[in-house]
Design a protein around this ligand. Structure first.
Ligand code: NAD
Length: 524
């Protein structure tokens, strides 16, 4: 059994999310065939409190060593991940069911993100000098200082078990925080191995920890943390936010999506079809920013659907953990998600959509759902309104761009979007009218790799952003400083005691400063 960070000693309590007590351990299974890889002990609320208390101690020194000291350790982690990537990719494939190429993305992202945050973080968090707007206050130096919260709690989902946990931990660490992560109970193993490497092989400071478990452990982490970064479903996000309200702990929530793609009559149909296949099916469609619905203008609809069908039918699905890079699609990671995917496809079928390819689970053990293309979808169908989060691409014919924009915005979500248009200008015009956190023009998913761009959702897709300056500043308090530039008198004219003469002067001063025009300023 793999041990959690601190002694197990679990007392069963009510799980906040489903009313059932958390067990004292859970099994991690291979989605490709359902066999057990490992059993992991659950961290109780007491374990979480002890872990966070220990990290709170270590955080002081971590903050004190400054950016160069933190950079030293994070660059060591980068090099350790580079040296161990094959082993990490093996573990990732085993616990997630991803194909090799998709499993490798987890390390690639983190390697790039370490470089990005250690290089840019100090600039994003540099003191900001503010020029006082009143001339009278120019004798002050005013500045904004960014100070780390302390211990950041990260609660993460199963679809990108390292990117969405360690990936968010990196800016928090660079900012000077300690980080405790509660990974998904479906996929904790690769992250646990990275944290083991950090502590045992690198001997790095005790500022990165994993607490394993389900709802109860996640809830305890919310209670103990100074800031909470949650990535997961809208439903759990609301539970987390409610719980954080009890301690007024700030949160950012990265939640679900139903990302639209619009393809206009002037678009390069072949590129649009290839992009749809990739953007809709990467990671077997289990990406919050997957293309989840496609609106295509009538004149090119048939050609687009035919090209997309050909592309999807070419794709290989299977376990390539031994053969490496011989499959494009892997297994579904979560059995519960496979049920949702299946129900959306059946609902569309019954409502009259055409299932052009796929549309069913594969026979045999494991969580296999075929890559599925649905034509003639419409908004009466669940597959166009609810998050599917699987290898399913529904396509709908629209009469023009206006209808496409209206339908794209007809959703409670607002995470991302894509537009394929005749030229970049037309694409940008449409992009600016889509109500979502990002829009890729003539491309898909690429915004996630532009780490300088904020990434976050509107509406039910979340609160706050990762990436960009805001992506690291969110892990900091701001402290506003005023510092004198000149020697100071014993008292100030505005201080006590009040009196009619002094207040009269103050009134005239305020008038002079607030009014516009000379006559008005002097009260004529
Ligand atoms: P989930 O909400 O079921 O679980 C997410 C995490 O929350 C897990 O670690 C889980 O154990 C934990 N959790 C469960 N109950 C809890 C509670 N009561 N208190 C605290 N923590 C609790 O989500 P999931 O099924 O793991 O992930 C899929 C969802 O994540 C999808 O909706 C997807 O769109 C979303 N997602 C969003 C982004 C983004 O950046 N916006 C990225 C990836 C995934």
């Amino acid at each position: 059994m793999t041990k959690p960070e601190s002694a197990a000693g679990v007392e069963a309590a009510e799980a906040a999310s489903n009313g059932k007590p958390d067990p004292d351990s859970f099994e991690v299974r291979r989605p490709t065939d359902g066999t057990v890889i490992d059993t992991v002990a659950v961290a109780s609320a007491e374990d979480v409190a002890a872990t966070v208390a220990r990290m709170r101690e270590a955080q002081r020194e971590w903050e004190a060593i400054g950016f160069p000291g933190r950079r030293h350790w994070l660059e060591k982690l980068r090099d350790w991940m580079l040296d161990n990537q094959d082993r990490l990719d093996d573990l990732m494939q085993a616990e997630s069911g991803k194909v090799r190429a998709d499993a490798a993305l987890e390390c690639f992202y983190c390697l790039d993100a370490i470089n990005f945050w250690v290089e840019r973080g100090p600039k994003f968090l540099a003191d900001e000098v503010v020029q006082p707007h009143l001339t009278l206050l120019r004798a002050k130096r005013a500045k904004v200082v960014y100070r780390p919260f302390g211990v950041v709690g990260i609660i993460s989902p199963w679809n990108f078990p390292v990117i969405l946990s360690l990936g968010d931990a990196l800016p928090a660490l660079v900012a000077g925080n300690a980080v405790a992560i509660k990974p998904s109970e479906l996929t904790p193993l690769t992250l646990m191995e990275i944290v083991r490497g950090w502590r045992e092989e690198l001997g790095a400071p005790d500022v990165l920890a994993v607490v394993n478990g389900m709802g109860e452990t996640g809830g305890a982490l919310v209670d103990e943390s100074d800031y909470v970064q949650f990535t997961g479903s809208e439903r759990t996000g609301k539970i987390v936010m409610k719980r954080a309200a009890e301690t007024l702990t700030p949160v950012s929530l990265e939640l679900g999506g139903k990302d639209p793609m619009i393809v206009t009559r002037g678009a390069d149909v072949e590129r649009a079809a290839n992009a749809t296949a990739f953007g809709g099916l990467l990671n077997t469609g289990q990406i919050c920013i997957s293309i989840e619905r496609v609106y295509v203008e009538e004149p090119i609809y048939d050609e687009f659907v035919e090209k997309l069908r050909a592309k999807v039918e070419e794709l290989r699905q299977g376990d390539d953990s031994d053969s490496h890079y011989t499959s494009e699609l892997g297994a579904m990671t979560s059995p519960a998600q496979t049920e949702i995917v299946s129900s959306h496809v059946e609902d569309a079928r019954e409502a009259g959509a055409r299932i052009l390819t796929g549309g069913k689970r594969k026979d045999g053990p494991g969580e296999w759902y075929e890559p599925t293309l649905i034509a003639d979808a419409d908004h009466s169908m669940r597959v166009m309104r609810e998050e599917t989060f699987g290898p399913v691409i529904p396509v709908m014919k629209v009469k023009d761009v206006e209808e496409a924009i209206e339908l794209a915005n007809d959703t409670k979500y607002g995470l991302g979007s894509s537009v394929f248009a005749g030229d970049a200008e037309e694409g940008e015009r449409i992009a600016r009218r889509i109500d979502a956190g990002h829009c890729n023009v003539n491309d898909v998913l690429v915004n996630y790799n532009v780490l300088g761009l904020p990434m976050g959702g509107w509406k039910s897709s979340g609160i706050g952003v990762r990436h960009g300056a805001q992506g690291i500043r969110r892990f900091c308090h701001t402290e506003a400083l005023t510092i004198p530039r000149l020697p100071q008198p014993k008292s100030e004219p505005l201080w006590y005691p009040y009196g009619p003469r002094q207040r009269g002067l103050v009134r005239r001063l305020y008038r002079f400063l607030s009014a516009r025009g000379v006559r008005n300023r002097i009260g004529l």
